[in-house]
Design a protein around this ligand. Structure first.
Ligand code: CTP
Ligand code: CA
Length: 221
């Protein structure tokens, strides 16, 4: 990934981006996860670094990062929460692009689960912490942005999340029908409290990332 940028509009700005789908372990050989590739979050981290930011990428995925991006690998939602919380006070912009698993197995077996005859297996799942909503209630000087991947009623659902999580920006993207996950391009709508939605047409994730960061910087100014 090469990004030629001379405009260092994020110089002296500390940015934390999350990426990828968290993995929630069931037993030593199995886990629950989702289709997130980490490409959008990694593109945001790379674009922010190219614009001069000090960038930390808290990621559950493996994607190529530019020099200047500090990578913090994580596995579970709880790990991601801990890593983001540890940096939040010294951060200017947080972008939660990760697909955080909503649920984790209530217990992780320390042995491989075995079949016990012909019946199925009922899993007990508990809810993970909502990292973004927590940041939304804690934020002081920070700009906090999240994503909303929706299969239906994109803007209605995303507007509801913007309000419920008390964040500065919700980046809505349509998923399903071959759109959204593990693609090299994307199309998004930016939602900010009290402002009309801004639609960014389909483009390479790196190009969209640059556009999103420009809007964030404009909103902070
Ligand atoms: N998110 C988070 N922690 C969670 C779940 C989600 O920080 N436990 C963040 C995601 O990284 C994303 C935003 O919240 O930036 C919206 O995620 P989404 O899955 O669309 O919303 P949920 O609140 O989980 O609602 P639901 O999945 O039920 O639509
Ligand atoms: Ca969710």
């Amino acid at each position: 990934a090469q990004l030629a940028t001379t405009d260092q509009y994020l110089a002296h700005t500390r940015v934390v981006v999350t990426a990828g789908g968290t993995r929630e372990r069931l037993d030593p050989v199995r886990y629950l996860t989702n289709d997130s590739s980490g490409k959008m979050g990694t593109a945001l981290a790379n674009a922010a670094a190219a614009a001069g930011a000090e960038v930390t990428l808290v990621t559950a995925a493996h994607q190529v990062t530019l020099p200047g991006v500090t990578v913090v690998p994580v596995t579970t939602a709880k790990d991601m929460n801990t890593a983001v919380q540890a940096r939040f006070a010294e951060t200017d912009i947080v972008i939660m692009a990760a697909a955080v698993a909503d649920f984790r197995p209530s217990e992780t077996a320390n042995h491989k689960l075995k079949k016990t005859g012909d019946q199925g297996l009922a899993l007990n799942l508990v809810q993970n912490p909502d990292i973004l909503a927590t940041l939304g209630t804690q934020r002081t000087h920070q700009f906090v942005a999240g994503f909303a991947a929706e299969t239906d009623k994109l803007l209605v659902n995303a507007e509801a999340k913007l309000a419920r999580k008390h964040v500065d920006m919700l980046i809505a993207n349509q998923v399903g029908k071959g759109q959204g996950f593990n693609q090299d391009d994307n199309a998004v709508t930016l939602l900010q409290p009290g402002q009309p939605p801004v639609s960014l047409p389909r483009a390479a994730k790196l190009v969209l990332a640059q556009q999103i960061l420009r809007y964030i910087q404009e909103a902070r100014a």
